[in-house]
Design a protein around this ligand. Structure first.
Ligand code: PMP
Length: 359
């Protein structure tokens, strides 16, 4: 659209029968102001999903696949261990489809996530922060076994990578049709995004370099130390390279089974660790310079994409995943530097005209 024309819209061309039908088809958006001039950068903004994150895809995939297989019974309670976005996605899908949901979550994750899940009607069981992701998972398993509930198993289920293979990857292939895509950048939480998307990129876009990231102070993949797992492929122990880090949703304290496929098949080309504070800085830069509102993991992925961009050949095209919305972090360190009341500069502005001043 040329800038001399007024903007118009013409609807989706369809009516939506179900909130779940609005999941996916997120836009790839050009980075105009932060990208170095010699490259073309895009972000895939997963916050356009109905509950604000990439995990809406996983939520609908787990529920619908197990509905079809009969593993999930009508009205059965769903239980899952989640640092937040999976819980919010599941809470949205379970509300719409009439399943009670119980989420176990370490008490270190942001208040917004807890309140959002409850707002959708889910119940929340907090676990001690010291017991990390492993504790959350064991609690969910205990509750499922004691009550005959359906355990969603986001870290082990095939439904996770499959939805990214069938949706996220297809969207990237379609949106970059007829165009080079030199680099695709992502982090991992469960590994669903990278395992699903890399299956397709390796086959259909073999020239696209896949860049994986993890927190600099929790380099589980980088350590080369294998993960011990139990008979269900769930982690048997916390990984020795784990340290608490500020990138919520990334790198739990174990290497997820869903991610293992990517590691075993070498379905990534480079592993670039990133310090958590850079995620905070770049999230803020994306908001201030591009008007793009993403959380810390989006900022961290973008920090890595910027490193890739600096070194990339002229004309390179780079796509970076932004997993969720920045609004999910209002009470977290991401917004710590943002004042609640007027700053000195704002008070001076207020005083610069006579009316309506605060006391
Ligand atoms: N960022 C955030 C904020 C997330 O919630 C998640 C999912 N846990 C990810 C990144 C990583 O996505 P995946 O689980 O597909 O690896």
């Amino acid at each position: 659209m040329s800038q001399s024309e007024s903007r118009t819209t013409d609807g989706q061309g369809r009516l939506f029968e179900h909130i779940a039908d609005t999941i996916g088809n997120t836009p790839c958006i050009r980075i105009r102001n932060l990208a170095p001039e010699h490259v073309e950068m895009y972000v895939k903004a997963e916050y356009f999903n109905p509950a604000g994150s990439v995990k809406d895809r996983l939520a609908i995939s787990i529920i619908e696949e197990t509905e079809r297989s009969g593993e999930l019974k009508p009205g059965q309670t769903v239980v899952e261990a989640t640092s937040g976005n999976t819980g919010v996605g599941l809470a949205m899908v379970c509300a719409a489809k009439g399943y009670p949901l119980v989420v176990t979550m370490a008490d270190s994750f942001s208040i917004e996530r807890r309140k959002l899940m409850r707002f959708f009607g889910a119940k929340l069981v907090l676990t001690p922060k010291a017991e990390k992701g492993f504790g959350m998972y064991q609690k969910a398993k205990e509750l499922a076994e004691a009550n005959g509930w359906f355990l969603a198993r986001q870290f082990e289920t095939d439904a996770n990578a499959r939805i990214h293979e069938n949706t996220t990857a297809r969207e990237i292939i379609a949106d970059f049709e007829g165009k080079e895509l030199d680099y695709w950048v992502t982090g991992y939480g469960t590994g669903g995004t990278i395992s699903g998307v890399s299956r397709v990129l390796r086959k259909e876009r073999p020239n696209t370099k896949i860049i994986l990231s993890e927190p600099a102070n929790a380099q589980l993949v980088g350590s080369g130390v294998a993960q011990d797992r139990d008979e269900n492929n769930a982690p048997a122990v916390s990984h020795s390279a784990f340290q608490p880090h500020p990138v919520q949703g990334w790198t739990p304290d174990f290497i997820p089974y869903v991610l293992q496929e990517t590691l075993d098949n070498s379905n990534y080309d480079e592993l670039i660790p990133v310090p958590g504070p850079e995620g905070i800085q770049w999230s803020n830069q994306l908001a201030q310079k591009e008007g793009i509102l993403t959380g810390v993991s989006g900022g961290a992925s973008f920090a890595v994409a910027m490193q890739v961009a600096e070194k990339a050949a002229p004309g390179s095209v780079i796509l970076c995943m932004l997993p969720d919305t920045g609004e999910r972090y209002l009470s977290s360190p991401l917004f710590e530097s943002i004042e609640e009341y007027m700053t000195e500069e704002e008070v001076a502005l207020s005083k610069s005209t006579p009316g309506f001043q605060m006391d």
